[in-house]
Design a protein around this ligand. Structure first.
Ligand code: CS2
Ligand code: MG
Length: 407
């Protein structure tokens, strides 16, 4: 099955998505997500200018060799732009191989390991009362695992507290901001507030709902340790990205002080980013996902390594990963033996129309479909009606003196 053409489709049905489509001489096509939020065009250029010319004429079945060629052959290894581009090729090739085999992707990976995929919802509000209401609303929708975030008194805007654009889109940042917006941050105010949030949420939902929280890299290691300890009475499923992880050893300090489970990895792009965290058992869940961690081929390698240390998966599933990533992730989740949980933020109706798919949500769980491949396609005519719009993630500064902080 020879690759005869490949192209990049950039569209913005509410937010920007980059998609790679590969065509073969057998008439089959495969697609992969290549979306890197805020740096979309860098990946589009990497693919169009540097990767696609090397793909033409290759055997689409040689997924591993093509992965190694793009990883080792580039000389410049790793990094989010490179690994997102490799992920897009890899996902499209797995889609093609599964279509050629006339099988859903999870069958090629090794078959079904579970009947359905547990997902967690987002609940956020401007204060504790609103967040509690939102948690209860998500539980009504059937979710058994819910991430809770709330506004912090004294801070204007807080990460994870969405606004609505009136068109059915829940936005965590202005989707069409010409330049990054700036938020204020105070770790002191946040640390004072967050235990009260979880006391209220746990009292409202009782013991049976899994509760999660995303710190979004805001704390220092010792502050993160303090938070983990303060949240222990409320039995969280995890706290995520408690501190930045470039220095993987930083998690030792957190681990020494708390039994609250730790999740990390949505911004990781290779197994090397999580090697020390996993082999020293400093985390419980690895958040790497298909689009930003080198595709199915590399994510599977990370998951197998993690399994040796009883670390389970918890794939990133925010709406800036396109439905193509979601579809591929759900096949991965259906197979992976050490599955933990999958994040689920529903895409807007328009995004779902641009990316028709056969995965579905039912009572707090997701099901991948049985169509050959990963089950997601792109409607290119509709996509063309929604062209790219420059957009940035916000930046964050300390409230008391304007020092640039972590976002
Ligand atoms: C978040 C994301 O879903 C999450 O856990 O951290 O919303 C993240 O901020 C965005 O995906 C950034 O691109
Ligand atoms: Mg996160």
């Amino acid at each position: 099955m020879k690759i005869i053409a490949a192209r990049v489709i950039v569209c913005s049905p509410g937010r920007n998505f980059v998609t790679l489509k590969i065509e073969t001489d057998q008439g089959l096509t495969g697609i992969g997500d290549a979306t890197l939020n805020g740096r979309e065009l860098a990946v589009a250029s990497y693919l169009t200018d540097h990767v696609i010319p090397c793909l033409i004429g290759r055997d689409a079945h040689q997924i591993e060799d093509i992965w190694q060629y793009l990883y080792k052959g580039a000389y410049w290894r790793r990094g989010p732009v490179t690994m997102t581009a490799i992920a897009a090729v890899d996902t499209a090739l797995w889609d093609l191989k599964a279509k050629a085999a006339n099988m859903p992707l999870y069958q090629l990976l090794g078959g079904r390991s579970r009947s359905r995929v547990m997902v967690y919802a987002h609940a956020n509000g401007k204060d504790i009362g609103h967040t509690v209401d939102e948690v209860l609303r998500q539980r009504e929708l059937g979710y058994t695992a819910i991430r809770a975030q709330s506004g912090v008194p004294g801070l204007d805007k807080v990460y994870g507290v969405a606004h609505h654009d009136g068109k059915g889109n829940k936005l965590y940042e202005p989707a069409d901001a010409a330049l990054p917006s700036e938020h204020d941050w105070s770790s002191e105010k946040y640390l004072h507030h967050t235990p009260k949030l979880f006391e209220a949420v746990r009292n409202a939902v009782g013991p049976d709902v899994h509760l999660l929280h995303d710190v979004h890299h805001r704390l220092t290691p010792i502050e993160a340790a303090r938070l983990g300890k303060a949240l222990e009475p409320f039995s969280l499923f995890w706290i995520e990205d408690a501190t930045p992880a470039e220095n993987q050893e930083a998690f030792k300090l957190i681990r020494q002080h708390t039994t609250t489970p730790l999740a990390v990895g949505e911004i990781f792009n290779s197994i090397w980013d999580c090697k020390d965290l996993i082999q020293n058992q400093l985390i419980d869940y690895i958040r790497a996902t298909v689009v930003h961690s080198g595709g199915i081929t590399h994510l599977r390698r990370i998951a197998d390594f993690a399994a040796m240390y009883q670390v389970r998966t918890g794939c990133h599933g925010a709406t800036d990963n396109s439905p193509v990533c979601m579809g591929a992730a759900l096949h991965f989740d259906t197979w992976v033996p050490n599955f933990g949980i999958q994040e689920h933020m529903p895409h807007s109706a328009l995004t779902d129309e641009v990316f028709p798919h056969d995965y579905r949500f039912d009572q707090g769980f997701m099901h991948c479909g049985e169509m050959p491949g990963h089950g997601v396609e792109i409607d290119e005519t509709l996509a063309a009606k929604h062209p790219y719009k420059p957009a940035y993630l916000p930046v964050n500064r300390l409230q008391h003196d304007g020092t640039l902080w972590n976002w």
